[in-house]
Design a protein around this ligand. Structure first.
Ligand code: GDP
Length: 462
């Protein structure tokens, strides 16, 4: 028996791993000690138990009356060399829900249980195939819908900050044990743990942790997109701008069948980051152009958003008016981009000099001529996408952010303790608290509830 499976006392489970419905093929996954033995019982073809791992075999699945359920291709993985670390069989059958049901019934009659949500990935974690942060990244990877969310998840799944955290955590464990050792020799007044070295280690940890916690703002943007509102007086060119943005990105956003997401009105990917445009319904219906600053409803939307594209008409707007609108925007507190649209109507493409006052905040575009690169650049700059583009690790998971913040607090306590010269037992206690929170991230410290909470959010079959 696979020792890891034994250690975790895992039975054998089965689930459909592809989305249900009609398709070319479905893949059913079976994992656990008995996966290969039981498949072999219901499979007619080669003797699967005599085959090597990482091999594929064609044959039929038969029910207990010997009737053919389907012609299938089975792929064998022998533990620990599989995703879960256990014996695993992947059965590719014809893409019919009826066939899938029948195959699963055949297996359940052999005592194989239907898997819970995320159970395969949970087993992979429990069998040490990867740490908890990597397991969570698997779910993020499946949910990824933009270049940025894909790379952040991929980076984390392949180790991300786990290695750095583990290394520093081990050093900290060493210090904790040294200090605890001192306690055994308390009468002799010895110091095994060099306090200066300990301080330096804590500084290094804090630098890493703060870099990671600071990246969370961007991480959140990467994962959830940037709720953005397009605002401005009637005829400023809001719907023209929306269309210009949508036209450019249409191929990516909505041409892939099944990717339409009803709850988002319009979504545009700029530089790999998803900008979600809220409340664009009014912009779509050209006869109903009442969305102007000052209208209560649009105020509320602008307040809730993370970013506002505020347009005015370069040709007709005067400085006083724009100034007043900017004051309103400042009051709202939401980051905004002030956009002088229809710059094509201004000879020389330059606004009157008094507009220079807005300096950096102001950009000029022509929505109609699709001259909007300046807007794209500014939007990306505002969400600090540069950090992402330079390949820095970004924390996208709220749970990791929480644990990192708690670790930081505990480390601060250790530093305070060191400054105050507190006793070794109290110091060790604070270090253990920091270790606890650090361990929560990668899963050295877990509870059943935590695991349940994380893996229940996965889909069945993953
Ligand atoms: P909204 O009320 O803010 O949604 O404004 P629209 O997008 O409907 O635009 C109002 C009018 O301005 C339309 O006739 C557009 O064709 C025109 N318009 C919008 N953007 C530009 C631009 O960049 N240049 C020019 N010349 N006209 C524009």
């Amino acid at each position: 028996m696979n020792p890891a499976a034994l250690a975790n006392n895992q039975d054998t489970v089965i689930a459909l791993s592809t989305p249900p419905g009609k398709g070319a093929i479905h893949v059913i996954r079976v994992s656990g000690e008995d996966a290969i033995r039981v498949t072999n019982k219901v499979f007619k073809g080669k003797d699967l138990e005599a085959q090597k791992g990482h091999t594929a075999h064609f044959g039929t699945i038969r029910d207990k009356d010997g009737a053919i359920v389907d012609e299938v291709l089975v792929t064998l993985f022998k533990g620990p060399h599989s995703y879960t670390g256990e014996n695993t069989v992947e059965i590719s059958c014809h893409g019919s829900d009826y066939i899938v049901q029948r195959i699963i019934k055949v297996f359940s009659e052999e005592g194989i249980r239907y898997a819970k949500a995320g159970e395969f990935t949970k087993r992979a974690f429990l069998n040490g195939k990867f740490d908890l942060a990597q397991a969570e990244a698997v779910a993020d990877l499946i949910a990824s819908d933009s270049q940025a969310s894909h790379s952040a998840a991929m980076n984390q799944m392949r180790g991300g900050f786990s290695h750095e955290i583990k290394e520093l955590r081990e050093k900290l464990i060493h210090f904790a044990s040294m200090i605890e050792l001192e306690l055994d020799f308390s009468e002799e007044d010895v110091e095994f743990a060099d306090r200066t070295d300990l301080k330096n280690l804590i500084y290094a940890l804090q630098r890493l942790i703060r870099r990671l916690t600071e990246s969370f703002a961007l991480g959140n943007v990467i994962k959830n997109g940037v709720p953005t509102v397009i605002a401005g007086k009637p005829n400023a060119g809001k719907s023209t701008l929306l269309n210009a943005l949508l036209n450019e990105e249409k191929a990516i956003v909505s041409d892939i069948a099944g990717t339409t997401r009803d709850f988002i009105e319009d979504e545009i990917i700029i530089g790999g980051i998803s900008f979600r445009f809220i409340d664009t319904a009014g912009l779509r219906q050209t006869e109903d152009k009442v969305e102007a600053i000052g209208v209560e409803r649009s105020y509320q939307k602008m307040k809730e958003a993370s970013l506002i594209f505020y347009l005015f008409d370069s040709k007709t707007a005067n400085y006083e008016e724009v100034k007043e609108e900017v004051l309103h925007l400042e009051e709202l507190g939401t980051p905004y981009i002030l956009i002088a649209n229809k710059i094509d109507l201004i000879e020389g493409g330059k606004l009157p000099t008094e507009f220079d006052e807005f300096k950096e905040e102001l950009i000029t575009i022509s929505a109609e001529q699709k001259d909007i690169d300046a807007l794209r650049e500014r939007a990306l700059h505002l969400v600090k996408a540069d950090d992402f583009r330079t390949g820095n690790t970004v924390v996208t998971n709220a749970r990791h952010f929480e644990s990192l913040s708690e670790t930081d607090k505990a480390l601060e306590e250790v530093l305070n303790g060191l400054d105050l010269g507190i006793s070794g037992d109290l110091l060790a206690l604070d270090i253990r608290t920091a270790l606890h929170h650090l361990g929560e991230i990668t899963g050295e410290v877990t509870t059943d509830d935590l695991l349940e909470n994380i893996f229940s959010k996965f889909c069945i079959g993953k």
